[in-house]
Write a protein that binds this ligand. Structure first.
Ligand SMILES: Cc1cc2nc3c(=O)[nH]c(=O)nc-3n(C[C@H](O)[C@H](O)[C@H](O)COP(=O)(O)OP(=O)(O)OC[C@H]3O[C@@H](n4cnc5c(N)ncnc54)[C@H](O)[C@@H]3O)c2cc1C
Length: 381
């Protein structure tokens, strides 16, 4: 079935992304894994290609495409290489930067956005804390007013790009009495006194995506560092989480689709009992089921993309895309590992890494249980 969500312009853009990946990124992916992070050159090179500023208005150094399908194409192509690339780029360009674009002051936009587009300022977003991530409204990092300044204390964990970020948009409790209505987002530069990071966390997969704990010890900010409005951070996050879940869904499906494509080829090439293993009915049916699941899920995610571009995507629609695509991704890559037999369990095989990488997508960006909670609420429960 032809995908109708993209036009010729998007496909031409896809070609330019692919050319860049083949030339500058794919040859270095093993090094990224060894370093447990993407190097600065990756970001600068992506910036030079214009890939980090697709959502950023032209006056702040981006291309101001105002068409979310371009970031979607970028994330699809990154996901075909591995699951970590869209994670790091997505957090930077499509999850954190939009807070500045939508809610930032003129001063913040001028300070950060040109460098976000060029890759000189790597972004992270700090919501989750060691005490919990699902119950965002209960976060404990505090901001207390001291004269003209805010004094911020607390910690965040599992922060993507945390080890390499230059600025982190941090969710802070600024009013202990107001629950979700007492949370404010601050733009905190990584060179501020009192800010520090833990080690790169040792994850099950996605080694090349750096993930860290962040610590705030009497970090001093001012009102000028508030992104959006005082005590409106929770609402701002709820608004922006729909796009976050959509871009995750786009990457989930593209990643699984690529692994499946490679597995179909493997099932044709690999022989057992005198025939291609794909000719065994069990394997043929598994591949048929996996392909159908991918195609059906992709169609829903494409629909969400079109809805998002039209400004109509709801939080619940994005939640459905996120849980379904991550579940589909995990199930499909698991089947792919099985079809690869023992090779499927070897780290040097892409399919093994894909399987480890995929596991987290059911947990992050709001766990799938939380997604179902949101969907269930809309059903009236
Ligand atoms: C590799 C990685 C990268 C990440 N990157 C970022 C990042 O950049 N920024 C950031 O802020 N966070 C990030 N996260 C954090 C992620 O979003 C959280 O891990 C996730 O939201 C779950 O929070 P938690 O780990 O504290 O689990 P908990 O909230 O403690 O939940 C534990 C379990 O209980 C379930 N649960 C909780 N509440 C309910 C409920 N009401 N009903 C049913 N089940 C429930 C959860 O679904 C989960 O299965 C990242 C996580 C990982 C692993």
């Amino acid at each position: 079935m032809r995908r109708s969500v993209y036009t010729e312009d998007h496909e031409a853009f896809r070609d330019s992304v692919r050319t860049w990946l083949e030339r500058s990124v794919i040859p270095n992916t093993e090094k990224y894994i060894a370093d447990k992070a993407l190097p600065r050159e990756f970001w600068l090179e992506a910036g030079k290609q214009g890939f980090l500023g697709l959502e950023i208005p032209e006056e702040y150094g981006g291309s101001g495409a105002d068409d979310f399908r371009f970031p979607a194409v970028l994330n699809e192509e990154l996901a075909k290489v591995n699951a970590a690339l869209p994670t790091c780029v997505g957090i930077h360009a499509n999850i954190t930067a939009p807070y500045l674009i939508t809610y930032g002051t003129e001063e913040q936009k001028q300070k950060y956005l040109p460098k976000v587009a060029s890759g000189e300022c790597i972004l992270a977003i700090g919501m989750t804390e060691p005490s919990g991530g699902s119950d965002l409204a209960a976060l404990k990092t505090t901001g207390v007013k001291d004269g003209d300044e805010w004094v911020i204390n607390g910690s965040k964990t599992f922060i993507t790009n945390g080890y390499s970020c230059d600025m982190v948009i941090t969710a802070v409790r600024t009013d202990p009495e107001l629950g979700p209505k007492g949370i404010t987002l601050f733009a905190i530069d990584a060179d501020k006194d009192g800010f520090s990071r833990g080690r790169k966390l040792d994850k099950v997969g996605m080694e090349e995506s750096d993930t860290s704990e962040l610590f705030f010890e009497n970090v001093r900010c001012t009102d000028a560092d508030i992104v959006g409005e005082l005590n409106q951070g929770f609402i701002q996050m709820m608004v922006k989480l729909a796009q976050e879940r959509l871009i995750c869904s786009v990457a989930n499906i593209a990643h699984a689709k690529q692994v499946l494509e490679e597995t179909i080829q493997y099932a044709k090439d690999r022989k057992a009992f005198g025939q291609s293993i794909g000719a065994f009915q069990h394997i043929k049916f598994q591949l048929a089921e996996a392909q159908t699941r991918i195609d059906v899920c992709e169609a829903y995610v494409d629909n969400c993309l079109a809805a998002h571009d039209a400004g109509e995507l709801t939080a619940v629609e994005a939640a459905k895309a996120k849980w379904w695509s991550s579940e589909t991704q995990s199930d499909v890559v698991d089947i792919c590992v099985q079809i690869h037999g023992g090779y499927g369990y070897m780290n040097e095989y892409r399919v093994a890494r894909a399987w480890r990488d995929a596991r987290v997508t059911k947990i992050w960006a709001g766990s799938n249980e939380i997604m179902k909670e949101l969907i269930g609420r809309e059903l009236g429960f």
